[in-house]
Design a protein around this ligand. Structure first.
Ligand SMILES: [Fe+2]
Length: 470
């Protein structure tokens, strides 16, 4: 094996990717004997590029990066966009809404989640439900008919494509209908029931690699602009736009603006909404929104999805904005479906407007609107954005279930509840983005206080999130 190849392979074993120029650098520093030192110095990065090493060298020599004067360009302008869509949403058109269409969608959900569960070592040796026999069993199935006994135990049925079985769990805290889980338990032939010892959710692996790219660029994350509402916070919004336009300080690093849906307030979304609308024509609402985005510096790319107030269908997944609306926006705007999965500079983003959060606040014990981050964790562990069908979210019966979380993201964004929360979970940035609308009468009636004007600034170089307020 050549020296170059050996260096690359040894680094790959340590989960480190290097550019060819970096291999030259290693060879010039002693080749294989230099590897331990190199791994210690740069191994945490995961990906080592030549430009990163160059910068490190400059810093070492005391040649600190030149302070930018007020006349220099914002740093973000110096780099190219690196945006990739990681999904094919061509199949989002609804073709039928019969029982068979829903059955196919749930079968697709089962297959996708069962595939993940089959990878769990604890479930090795699992059997089809039709082949269940006395003694210890391991099964993978979809949960249904969950009931709680007076003693707090769970009774539910578990179904796979081959059959269905009743289960009893004295210890599980909760399960939602339609969740796909693995169970380990004992089957009793007399009662024809599985006594469940352990429930295993599809789950998310812990990220061990350190993230961060050499370029000092950021994305700002917002949601729920609600243009057209009388409660739209125009002053605060303009302050935010002004900050982006000025491009100083943190704003100089902003290369992307990410918006989590409810771009406009829409019409007829809730009872008597027209009393709270400043702009009664939904097309005008989008025109105003497009005019605002037009003001942004042309090096900022906008990535946005629709929400339940937007002009697309109400059933999820929602397709991107229709062509007649998209043409209002300039070429810097990417209009994606809800949910959307995409990558920016190698960071994988999962963005979902978050309509199911209202259901999950009520369905998961101990949750509240102050604990949206906890709910987002459950969505990831369940690997589904709308784990239960039959709540407030209507599903479009497509042959492919777009709401399963197939790809483990680096960043998971929701909006919808007009609050703001941020936390890191197993290395994933969980952001529930805030809004630009003050409390509506409807929210007042529901006793809900929004937290508007908060912005998440995610820096791809430091891998850190700053919370800004406008
Ligand atoms: Fe909203």
């Amino acid at each position: 094996m050549s020296l170059r190849k050996e260096i690359v392979e040894r680094l790959l074993k340590q989960d480190i990717l290097v550019e060819p120029e970096v291999v030259d650098y290693i060879i010039s520093h002693g080749g294989l004997s230099y590897l331990p030192e190199f791994i210690e110095k740069y191994g945490e990065l995961g990906v080592v590029s030549a430009s990163y090493l160059e910068r490190k060298k400059e810093e070492k020599q005391g040649e600190k990066p030149v302070e930018k004067s007020v006349f220099t360009k914002p740093e973000a302008e110096e780099y190219d966009w690196d945006f990739k869509l990681l999904m094919d949403f061509g199949e989002m058109k609804v073709r039928g809404s019969g029982v068979e269409d829903f059955r196919n969608m749930f079968l697709d959900r089962y297959n996708r989640l069962a595939r993940i569960l089959r990878g769990h070592h604890q479930l090795r040796g699992h059997v089809d439900i039709s082949k269940i026999s006395r003694g210890e069993v391991k099964l993978i199935g979809m949960v249904d008919e969950v009931r709680i006994t007076s003693k707090g135990s769970l009774i539910f049925s578990l179904e796979d494509p081959t059959g269905k079985v009743d289960c009893y769990s004295p210890e599980a805290s909760f399960l939602l209908n339609d969740e796909v889980v693995g169970i380990i338990g004992t089957y009793n032939e007399n009662t024809q029931r599985v006594y469940v010892k352990e429930i295993i959710r599809p789950g998310i692996p812990l990220l061990r690699r350190k993230r961060g790219i050499p370029e000092n660029i950021s994305a700002v994350i917002i949601s729920d602009t609600h243009i057209g509402s009388k409660m739209f916070l125009e002053k605060r919004w303009k302050k935010f736009l002004g900050w982006l336009k000025e491009g100083k300080g943190d704003a100089a690093t902003v290369k992307y603006l990410i918006i989590g849906g409810d771009l406009v307030d829409g019409i007829g979304i809730y009872p008597n909404q027209e009393e709270e609308l400043e702009v009664l024509d939904i097309y005008k609402q989008y025109e105003i929104f497009a005019t605002y985005l037009e003001e942004l510096p042309d090096y900022i790319k906008v990535i946005m999805i629709p929400g339940n107030h937007d002009i697309v269908r109400n059933t999820e997944p929602q397709p991107p904005l229709p062509a007649e609306i998209q043409k209002l926006f300039n070429g810097n705007v990417e209009s994606l479906p809800n949910p959307a999965i995409f990558a920016i500079h190698g960071y994988k983003f999962l963005m979902y407007h978050g309509t199911s959060l209202n259901d999950l606040v009520e369905m998961i014990p101990g949750m509240s609107y102050e604990k949206i981050g906890e709910i987002m964790k459950y969505m990831l562990e369940m690997r589904h954005l709308v784990p239960t069908y039959g709540g407030k979210v209507s599903l479009a019966p497509l042959p492919r279930d777009f709401l399963t979380v197939d790809v483990v993201p680096d960043v998971f964004i929701t909006g919808h509840v007009h609050a703001f929360s941020y936390q890191k979970y197993k290395g994933i940035h969980l952001i529930n983005a805030s809004c630009w609308q003050a409390q509506t009468k409807y929210q007042k009636m529901m006793n809900f206080n929004p937290d508007p004007g908060k912005v998440g600034l995610l820096n791809f170089h430091t891998d850190e999130l700053k919370i800004l307020s406008f």
